[in-house]
Design a binder for this molecule. Structure first.
Ligand SMILES: *Cc1c(COP(=O)(O)O)cnc(C)c1O
Length: 467
C-alpha cells in the first residue's frame, strides 16, 4: 500500500473516531439514501484505489451505527479498545492465513499464548484447549460438534466416520432461557432445535437447580446439557456447580454459553456468580463483546482437548502438519480452515489491560449499569424488572407494552443513546447493556435523562390520547 493511501485511511479513521461520540448514535438515513450513495451498475472499468476508498467512506459513513461509541447500549455489542483496533489493522495488513503453523508461525504462537492467558483468566483447567472462531454463535456450534463427538464416543459410536444416521440418540437438555444461537448450534450439529428438554428458569432467567436431576433422569444414554453465564436480558447466571454435579453423575456433557458473562470470572467481585464454572466440559465466549476487540472474534474452550481436535481437526496429505503438539496448528481447534489471524487482537487486549485491567473494565461496566438502574428506578412510570447483577438493565414504562415500545422508539429517534427492546416473561421491556470501555458516568447521566424525557413525553401524549 502506498504512503498516500495509508495516510488517507488514517485520516478517515481519525475523523470517524472523533465524530462518533458527538453524532446521533443511530444514523438518520433511509435505506434508499444508502442505496443511492453506494449502489450503481457493475463497474465495467475499475477506479483508482484512493477514489474507491473515498467513495466507500463517503457512502458508508452515512449508514454507520455508533456502536464503538460510549452511549450504545444495544445487543451487548461492546466497543473496541484503541489497542485492539491497532492490532487488527496490523493483522489485516499482514494478511496471515492463521490455518497452520506452516502458513503463519506468528499467528500460531500468538494464539497459543493467548489461549494460555484465557485459560488462566477464566480459571479453567490447565489442559483446556482453545479455538479462535468468528463469534459466540460459532463457538456454541463448535462446542456442540465436540460434545456430540464425546458423548457418542462414550457410547461406542464414531460420529466422524459414521455420521448421526443410526447413531444412539443424544438427549439434549437446555435452559429454557437459551440464546437463539444455542438452539441454532443444535440445529447445525444435527441435534435439532426442538428435540430438547427444557429446564424451567426462575424470575431472573436462571435455571432452577432443583429441577435438573428430574430432567436428567429422563435421559438414558448420551446426554448434553447447555446452560449459560449471562442471560441476555437480565445478565443472570445458571447454577453451574449443581448442574455439573447432577450431569456428571450421569456422564453427561455440560456446555456453558458465556458469550459475555464468562468475563465475570475475571473479576473478584463477580466471581461468586460463576461458582462451579470450571467443572463444565466446554465454554463459548466472545472477545468482540466485553473484551472490546473488533468484530469477528469468538472463542471456544474445551476441557477435553482430544475430543476437541478429533471433532474439529482436519488432515490431508498436502497439509504439512506439525508433529503432534510440538507446534500449534490453529485449524485443529476451529471449524474453519483458512482464516484471518484474529488472535492478534485478543492477545493485544490482554497484554494491554492485564488481568487487573480486564477485571476493572468488567466491574466498571457493571457499576455503570447499576448507576443507570439507580437513575431510572422509582421514577414516575418506570420499573426496573431485573436484579442488576451484571451489565444488563431491563426497564418497563407505565406498565404497558405499548408505552414501553413507544419510549424505546423515542429514545432511538432522539439519538443521545441507542438501546433495543425485548419481551421478558410476556412483557415488553427496554434492554440496556453496558459493555463499552469508554462509557463514562456522564454518558449514563445523559442517557438516563434522554430515557426519562421520553418516558414523560410518552405519558403526556397518552394522557392527551386518553382525553
Ligand atoms: C451474543 C451472544 C451469543 C452469540 O454471539 P455472537 O458473537 O453474536 O455470535 C450467544 N450467546 C449469548 C448469551 C450472547 O449474548
Amino acid at each position: 500500500m502506498d504512503r498516500e493511501l495509508m495516510q488517507q485511511v488514517v485520516d478517515l479513521a481519525r475523523r470517524y473516531h472523533e465524530r462518533v461520540p458527538t453524532e446521533p448514535v443511530f444514523p438518520r438515513v433511509t435505506v434508499e439514501e444508502l442505496r443511492q450513495a453506494l449502489g450503481g451498475p457493475l463497474p465495467e472499468k475499475g477506479a483508482a484505489a484512493s477514489d474507491v476508498v473515498a467513495h466507500l467512506a463517503r457512502g458508508a459513513e452515512k449508514g454507520l451505527v455508533g456502536s464503538t461509541g460510549p452511549r450504545y447500549f444495544g445487543f451487548v455489542i461492546g466497543g473496541s479498545l484503541p489497542v485492539t483496533t491497532a492490532a487488527d489493522w496490523l493483522a489485516v495488513t499482514w494478511d496471515q492465513n492463521a490455518c497452520l503453523f506452516a502458513t503463519s508461525p506468528a499467528a500460531s504462537v500468538v494464539e497459543e499464548v493467548a489461549a494460555g492467558w484465557l485459560r488462566e483468566l477464566f480459571g479453567l483447567p490447565a489442559k483446556t484447549s482453545v479455538g479462535f472462531v468468528t463469534g459466540g454463535g460459532t463457538a456454541n456450534f463448535s462446542a456442540m460438534v465436540i460434545a456430540r463427538h464425546a458423548v457418542l464416543e462414550r457410547a461406542g459410536w464414531d460420529v466422524e466416520k459414521n455420521g448421526l444416521q443410526g447413531a444412539p440418540p443424544i438427549h439434549v437438555v437446555v435452559s429454557d432461557e437459551s440464546h437463539a444461537t444455542m438452539l441454532a448450534a443444535l440445529r447445525y450439529a444435527g441435534l435439532g432445535a426442538n428435540n430438547v428438554k427444557r429446564v424451567p428458569c426462575d424470575g431472573q432467567g436462571r435455571v432452577i437447580a432443583a429441577n435438573v436431576p428430574a430432567v436428567l433422569a429422563t435421559c438414558e444414554g448420551p446426554t448434553i446439557v447447555c446452560c449459560q453465564a449471562g442471560n441476555i436480558a437480565t445478565g443472570s447466571f445458571d447454577p453451574f456447580e449443581e448442574i455439573c454435579e447432577a450431569a456428571h453423575e450421569r456422564a453427561a456433557w455440560v456446555h456453558v454459553d458465556g458469550a459475555f458473562g464468562l468475563w465475570a470470572a475475571v473479576s473478584d467481585r463477580l466471581r461468586p456468580l460463576v461458582r462451579g464454572l470450571e467443572r463444565a466440559d466446554s465454554w463459548a465466549v466472545d472477545a468482540h463483546k466485553w473484551l472490546n476487540v473488533p468484530y469477528d472474534s469468538g472463542i471456544v474452550l474445551c476441557a477435553h482437548p482430544a475430543a476437541h481436535r478429533a471433532a474439529l481437526g482436519i488432515s490431508a496429505e498436502y497439509l504439512v502438519q506439525t508433529e503432534e503438539d510440538r507446534e500449534r496448528d490453529n485449524f485443529d481447534w476451529t471449524p474453519e480452515f483458512s482464516r484471518r489471524a484474529r488472535g492478534f487482537a485478543v492477545y493485544a487486549a490482554i497484554q494491554h489491560l492485564g488481568r487487573k485491567g480486564i477485571a476493572e473494565l468488567v466491574d466498571r461496566c457493571c457499576a455503570r449499569a447499576r448507576q443507570m438502574g439507580d437513575l431510572l428506578r422509582g421514577q414516575s412510570g418506570v420499573a426496573v424488572l431485573n436484579d442488576v447483577v451484571l451489565n444488563q438493565v431491563l426497564v418497563r414504562f407505565h406498565d404497558s407494552d405499548e408505552a414501553t415500545r413507544a419510549v424505546i422508539d423515542r429514545v432511538q429517534r432522539e439519538g443521545v443513546c441507542w438501546l433495543g427492546g425485548t419481551t421478558w416473561h410476556g412483557m415488553a421491556a427496554m434492554r440496556i447493556s453496558v459493555s463499552n470501555w469508554s462509557t463514562s458516568e456522564r454518558d449514563i447521566e445523559m442517557s438516563a435523562e434522554s430515557i426519562l424525557k421520553a418516558a414523560s413525553a410518552e405519558s403526556a401524549q397518552s394522557a392527551r390520547r386518553g382525553r
